[in-house]
Design a protein around this ligand. Sequence first.
Ligand code: ADP
Ligand code: ZN
Length: 293
Amino acid sequence: MRLGAVEAGGTKFVCAIGNEHGDIFERISFPTTTPTETLEQVINFLQGKNLDAIGIGSFGPIDVNMKSDTYGYVMNTPKLAWKNYDVLGHMKEHFSVPIAFDTDVNAAALGEATWGAAKGLDSCIYMTVGTGIGVGAIVEGKLLHGMSHPEMGHILLKPHHTDSFKGVCPYHGNCLEGMASGPAIEKRWNQKGAQLQTNEEVWELEAYYLAQALMNYVLILAPKKLIIGGGVMKQAQLFPLVSRQLTGLLQGYVSENQYFYGDLSTYIVPPALGDNAGVCGALALAKESLVQG
Ligand code: ADP
Ligand code: ZN
C-alpha cells in the first residue's frame, strides 16, 4: 500500500509518502502561503507516486461533516486567504484515489493510536500546545466529531489569582489557548518560552492551566491516555508538573485503574511518534479511508 500524507499546518506544510505500517519513505516541508500556491506544491509532490489513498490533517477550523455542503473547506480562520477555501475539492480535482480529511490533532490522535503511545487503546486525547492549542480525541475507537469537530483548545479556565494577564485568543481572550499557548507565554513574560526554561514560576503557571483543561477532558471523556505534544511541551519538566496539578484538582474523585494510577507518568505522555505525530497521523487517516472503503 502506498499512502500520501499531508500535515497542513498554519505555518508549515509537511507532505510524505509512506505505507500502512507507518513507515515514511519520502518527505518534504514548506511554509504555508496562499492556498493555491501551497496546494500546488502539495500536488506536485504527491503526483505520479502511484498512491492508493491520501490523508490530510489540517489546521482549522475546518468542516469535517461529510454531509455538509462545505465538507473539506477551511472555515472561519484568521488566516484570511484560507477562509472558506475548499481544500478537499481542490485536491480532488487532481487525484482520483480516496482522500481522508480531518483536523491535524484528530489525525495525530489516530496516528498515536495506530502506531504510537496509544497503540491498542480505543480511546485517547491528543493535545498540541504550540502556536495554538488544539485537541483531538478518539472515543470508543472512533475519531470524535459532532456537528463538526470539537474545539477543546478554547475552553474556559479559572484564572490563577496571581495572574492578571488578559490572554491572546482573538475570539475569547483568556480561554485555554489565550492563556497557555506559546504566544501567550511569550506575551505574558516578554520572552519566548525556550528562553524561560529555568524560570519555575512560568512552568508552574503553565501546568496550572494545562491541568485544568486535562481535568475537564478526563471528566467528560474518560480517555485511556493523554498525549501532549507541540513546541511548548519541549519543556519536559511540564509533564510531572501537570500530572501533580491534575492529581490535586481531581482530589481522588477518579478512581485508580489500569490506565490511570500512581504519579500518572504512564497516563500523561509525549507523542511516541515525536515530531512525526502529525504526518504519521495523516498517513493513518489515509490507511483508514481504505479500510472503511
Ligand atoms: P505550531 O504550533 O505552529 O505547529 P510548534 O508546535 O513548534 O508549532 O509551536 C510553536 C510554539 O512553541 C511557539 O510559540 C514557540 O515559542 C513555542 N516553543 C517552541 N520551542 C519551545 C521550547 N523549547 N520551549 C518552550 N516553548 C517553545
Ligand atoms: Zn479562544
